[in-house]
Design a protein. Sequence first.
Length: 279
Amino acid sequence: KAKQAGRNTVCIYDPGMQAEIATQVMLESQLREAIVMQQLRLYYQVQVDHTGRPFGAEALIRWQHPQHGLISPSQFIPIAEASGLIVEMGKWVIDQACAQIAAWQTDPKTSELSLSVNISARQFRQSNFISMVKSCIQRHHINPNALRLELTESVLLENVDDAVHIMTQLSQLGIQFSLDDFGTGYSSLQYLKKLPLYQLKIDRSFVNDIVTDSHDRTIVRTIIAMAQSMYLGVIAEGVETEAQMELLLNNGCRRYQGYLFGKPMPIDTFNQLLKNSFG
Ligand code: C2E
Ligand code: MG
Ligand code: MG
Ligand code: MG
């Protein structure tokens, strides 16, 4: 009887849900091929200092789907995470990023640029993560100082001691770590001070209303003060207006990323943006 009831619950007919599951399953199998078929793209979003001068970029993945067009990471990263495909995909991202860093480092005009790469939980916890990153750096002969890895609080808090170990190993090579979406997680200062971090990245949800919402302004001020007291750098993401940038600057945040300076763009467009800034 219980078995019957169980079967009844899973067999409830819901065309919407069925269609959604079918789409997920289809996307997963297509995602498997996307790497081999070279449908993945890295887009680059500029990061600037308080004078508006670019000092680096964040690499953001896109999927150029043959039928559906350009798909955003929020639509396929969760599928990649759940299926384990994220490991291979993440490796591809780091390899591409290192290749791009190598290209920039051959030209004195762009040799100082940094490139940030997002790392997912599953990828970070792979036993060969450290050696994979190392071999990428060696293969492309890059100065590892240019490579920044972005981690979120939830990734780090899963196992703080392991995280510290992995980060320390990679920090010794010169790689720097940013804490992405900062303020949206649950980090305690206790954990934060243990981590070998280079900078905090203020989540764009706080930047968004910084001009109109005094609570968000207070949160942003607190994050900046916290970063300073721990000798960490700080960068704001999602900066869309001059007013937001000015408020951030007046509170001591001198690095920004957001549509005000540029949307994520293909590498050719990005290199053109650099040319326009650096000559
Ligand atoms: P994130 O790392 O926090 O990246 C910032 C997101 O904010 C990007 O969305 C970017 O396009 C968007 N953004 C930047 N400036 C502005 C702005 O001024 N206004 C608004 N409204 N949005 C802005 P995107 O490219 O869709 O990426 C979403 C998320 O997907 C990323 O959030 C990151 O968590 C994940 N992701 C992207 N690429 C990768 C990757 O290669 N590997 C992994 N594991 N995750 C990735
Ligand atoms: Mg990021
Ligand atoms: Mg972020
Ligand atoms: Mg985010």
